[in-house]
Design a protein around this ligand. Structure first.
Ligand SMILES: Cc1cc2nc3c(=O)[nH]c(=O)nc-3n(C[C@H](O)[C@H](O)[C@H](O)COP(=O)(O)O)c2cc1C
Length: 285
């Protein structure tokens, strides 16, 4: 990261905002500058496997909002325990940018020419595709922050039913996918920061430091108990929470210092394809 204070300020100002002030509008020139930030994102083999749909017409925005309200309700009904937020707030945005991914371009990434390397390349091509789209979405969110506006990053458009609804509404082929939906607007209040791991916990100099390793049970605890607070409380540091001891319990040190794993013992791979425990936040599952 550069030591340019403006650049750092924009990085930190980019936040996920889920409440916007109603009644604003924005010039298309501003939206064009924002989308141009996405256009300048890096992409594997420079394929630029994205399309940017900008919704600034109030009547279409209303229909997109309806699609997302239904998506949020499906989460409540079928992904119980996830701290989902209602999506009515989309109606108060000045615009919504939808980043489509075009999967055909994956053919331009390294292709296996021997059977034993099939999985090797095809799996990684999926990663290249998704990372390219993530870079574009991130650039757009930074562009929004640089314009003094705020945004969010919604991934629900990538769910099949939601993507089909959006494709029907907006006219794109449904084999393309809305990997990122970026509502844009004016926040209702000044935004504080959000939980971030301490730097000395995620920064490893010249090799992986086993003391920083987060144990399987720490992830279980985050998923089942801590997640809603880590997602929605306006504090960067968990140690400033007045109820820190209650919320973190035995995981206090692991979440707040660079020593998540004092024993330095690593664990083997484990099945995290579904939640492994229930906790205070997921009892209703
Ligand atoms: C790939 C990805 C998917 C996300 N999906 C959603 C989403 O569907 N809905 C939402 O409200 N936030 C979503 N977020 C935002 C995260 O919840 C948010 O970035 C995180 O809690 C940190 O907060 P901050 O962005 O304010 O720093 C997503 C973020 C990423 C990177």
């Amino acid at each position: 990261m550069s030591d340019d204070p403006l650049f750092q300020e924009i990085i930190r100002k980019r936040r996920s905002t889920r409440k916007y002030e109603a009644g604003h509008a924005v010039d298309r020139a501003v939206l064009e500058r924002i989308v141009d930030c996405g256009r300048w994102a890096p992409s594997g083999a420079n394929v630029q496997c994205f399309e940017f749909l900008v919704i600034d017409d109030p009547s279409i925005k209303e229909k997109v909002t309806d699609v997302y309200k239904a998506q949020a309700q499906r989460l409540v009904d079928h992904a119980k325990g996830f701290p989902a937020v209602k999506k009515d707030y989309l109606a108060n945005t000045v615009a919504i940018i939808i980043v489509l991914g075009d999967p055909r371009w994956k053919v331009c990434f390294p292709q296996p020419t021997t059977p034993e390397y099939k999985a090797e390349y095809l799996n990684n091509n999926e990663a290249i595709f998704l990372c390219s789209l993530g870079a574009a979405i991130q650039n757009i969110q930074l562009g929004v922050a640089a314009e003094g506006l705020t945004s969010a990053w919604l991934s629900g458009g990538g769910e099949d039913e939601t993507n089909q609804d959006l494709a029907d509404l907006l006219g794109y082929p449904s084999w393309m996918k809305a990997y990122g939906t970026i509502p844009i607007g004016y926040p209702v209040k000044t935004q504080n920061s959000r939980y971030r791991r301490p730097l000395d916990q995620c920064l490893h100099w010249n090799g992986y430091d086993a003391e920083q390793y987060r144990r399987h049970e720490q992830i279980d605890f985050y998923e089942s108990t801590l997640r809603p607070f880590a997602m929605y409380r306006d504090e960067e540091k968990l140690e400033t929470w007045p109820d820190r001891d209650v919320k973190l319990g035995q995981w206090n040190q692991a979440f707040t210092t660079g020593t998540a794993n004092p024993s330095r013992q690593l664990e083997g791979d484990a099945d995290f394809s579904k939640p492994r425990t229930t906790g205070r936040a997921t009892k209703r599952r």
